[in-house]
Structure formats: C-alpha cells, structure tokens
Ligand binder design. Sequence first.
Ligand code: HEC
Length: 222
Amino acid sequence: MNRINGIRSALGAVWMLGVGVALAVAPPADEGKARLSAGKSRFDKLCVSCHGAEGSGLAPGGSGASYGPRLAGRVELDEARIHDRIVHGKHGDKAMPPWGTVLEETEIGQLTTYVKWLAATPAGQQAHVPLAPFDLNDPARIDAGKRRFAKTCAGYCHGYEGVGGRAPDFKGRTDLPADLAYETIAKGRQGADVMPPWGHAFSNEQLWELVAYLQYLGKQQP
Ligand code: HEC
C-alpha cells in the first residue's frame, strides 16, 4: 500500500468511527453546552468521590473501583432513571444519598443532562475528552484555530483551509463530532504514519480552538 492510500484508508477508518459516534451520541448542542458544563462542575464537587472522575467507576487516587457504580458508557441508563436516582437516592448495603431536598430542580436537571451524556458516550471516550472550555462558535476562537491550523497542519497534510492536502477535506464534513476531533488531534492516530499527536504541543484551549475551526470548516460548502 503506498503512503497516500495508507493515509486514505486509515483516515477512512477514523471517519467511519466518527459516524458511529455521531449516531450513538449527538454532540452537545450549543444551548445544551452551558447545561452540560454546569452539570459537570456540580458532578465534580458532589459525585466523583463515589462514582469516579467523569463517572469512570474508578476511585479517585487510583485505589481500585469506586464505591458507587460506573456511569460512563452505561447506555441503558435513561434520563428518567438517572433523574429519579439523583432525587431519591437509594438505600441498601451501598447507599446513594438523595439530593432532592438539597439541590434545586434546575441543578438536578443539569446533573441529569451531564450523567446522561456520560452514560451515552461509549466507555473510555469521554474520560479523555474534557468539555470545550468555551463556545465553539466564538469567531475569535475559530480565527485563532484557523491561524494555528495554517501554521501547523495545512502545509504538510491538510491543505489550505483543510482542502486539497493529502488527508480528506474538512470542508462540508458533518461526520466529525467535536469530541472525536479533539481526541484525534490530541492523541493522533496510530497504525499508519497518519496523524501525529499534538496533545503535548498545544494547550487544552489551543486544541479546542483547532476543533472550533474544524467545526466551522465542516459547516462550509465543500
Ligand atoms: C456516598 C456515595 C455516593 C455519592 C456521593 C453519589 N452516589 Fe450515585 N450511587 C452511589 C451508589 C452506591 C449507587 C448504587 C445504588 C444502587 O443502585 O444500589 C449509586 C447510583 C447512582 C446512579 C444510578 C446508577 C445505576 O446503576 O442505576 C446514578 C445515576 C447516580 N448514582 C448519580 C449520582 C450523582 C449525579 C451524584 C452526585 C450528585 C451521585 N450519584 C453521588 C453512591 C453515591
């Protein structure tokens, strides 16, 4: 297999994966994002001690399984059940405290949205993907991402404005959800010499600015 085809087929696999993820979990819509991040910060304060960071089911500090069950990747957990459990808790040898009298309904709603998002995302994915720290539609962020992209990514593999390079075009792509784009940029892809990882070269914000730019390109006419 020559180099270009290697790149093509490896990236093809990434796009397929993207489609799978997109079908399984719609990326958080913008109006939902504030809700999600509010839910996440409350979860980080109140729930990680028993459910692990991002509901991983791993005790904080790496001492094995957490006291409460894993929530991430539990696609069978529906919103009603999550909401009910947060409000009422559960008695038993392992108890979950009830939050219905402690938190406002809006706060419980935000937690429910966040836990549902954790539950709906395939296990192992969301644990590495911190939520975007800003609005991905912010023109200033898109512009910063564009400049970084032009400097770092365009010349060698992706072409000017993400078109016409060795890798598939980004314009008009709707099948690359933000979290997968983030993960791909941060970690690269292995198997062929396709995509180097940038997670150490860029800060979290810089990575998300690149994602913002890619999302922006995705909305342009191919
Ligand atoms: C003191 C430890 C503890 C804390 C704190 C805690 N949980 Fe739990 N949680 C549990 C345990 C234990 C269970 C399992 C209860 C059962 O079903 O037997 C549970 C179950 C759940 C479930 C249902 C999972 C399932 O398998 O049905 C959800 C959803 C949940 N917790 C969300 C939260 C959220 C959100 C918070 C923070 C507001 C939180 N929990 C805080 C211990 C805790």
